[in-house]
Design a protein around this ligand. Sequence first.
Ligand SMILES: NC(=O)C1=CN([C@@H]2O[C@H](COP(=O)(O)OP(=O)(O)OC[C@H]3O[C@@H](n4cnc5c(N)ncnc54)[C@H](O)[C@@H]3O)[C@@H](O)[C@H]2O)C=CC1
Ligand SMILES: O=C(O)[C@@H]1CCC=N1
Length: 273
Amino acid sequence: MSDLGALEGVVLVGAGNMGGAMLSGWVSGGVKPQNITVIDPNPSDRIKGLLDSRGIRHAVTPPDNMKAKILILAVKPQVMYAVLETLHPVIDEETLVISVAAGKTLSYFEERLGALPMVRTIPNTPSMIGRGVIGAFANERVGAEDRTKADILLSAVGHVEWVGDEADIDAVTAVAGSGPAYVFYLVECMAEAARKLGLDEDLAMRLARETVIGAGALLDHSGEEAGVLRKNVTSPGGTTAAALSHLMAEDGLQPVFDAALKAARDRSRELSG
Ligand SMILES: NC(=O)C1=CN([C@@H]2O[C@H](COP(=O)(O)OP(=O)(O)OC[C@H]3O[C@@H](n4cnc5c(N)ncnc54)[C@H](O)[C@@H]3O)[C@@H](O)[C@H]2O)C=CC1
Ligand SMILES: O=C(O)[C@@H]1CCC=N1
């Protein structure tokens, strides 16, 4: 068991932003179309096109003529309860369950689906382009083979970090799951500040956007620590130092991020019920 092409009986429940991103990664990574079933009553046109063009089986509700070897749960936490009620026809005691739902704990799933091998994960939207960051925690019923299968599926859409304590998944959600939104908001803030300095709105947005893209690419390609790259920009007594004197002040960005990530972590905990 070493590649996506060897996986069978993969059932994806919910092919929206996250499930759809994972599906795209699996299909382009070589999962055989006949080995995937997608359950979603209302897939987007993009997903419908993918299902049709690849000949992937699509069901509106769980079919009663098959068992999932690997069941991926990618519906909103708010509808998870109702969805789980319908899944008994497609699971047996060997089904490996993988949840991508924010907040929902493994004990929540065990209470509703039984004592199965289960993996709780939290991906992020760069999974759509194979650059996701995915935190994962496995329960004690997940053996080496199931863990490898989960790792193969998750690695197809990004960088996987397995954690040894399920509670850490709430913090992983706060930094990585929600994290892309903070970066996109940073672009919006930089553009707005540039507009206030008198730049044309579109120009301000292009400058902010391309700066964040370029900085991310440099972080990726250089392999340097973020702090080193920051210092490389910061000439003593120069313009960057003037800006960082605000961002790095005692009441600068760090306390804002501390509060923001704590709020996300706490909300993840609340969603578990
Ligand atoms: N969007 C994000 O950045 C992230 C989302 N997640 C988690 O992924 C899960 C899905 O979120 P999104 O993809 O953003 O939501 P979404 O709304 O884009 O997708 C949900 C999909 O579930 C489908 N669905 C609704 N009821 C269904 C049912 N009864 N059976 C099967 N499918 C059903 C919908 O038609 C839709 O395609 C959530 O639990 C969320 O916490 C996790 C990490 C990041
Ligand atoms: O906002 C949310 O709840 C989901 C989970 C992480 C990113 N989006």
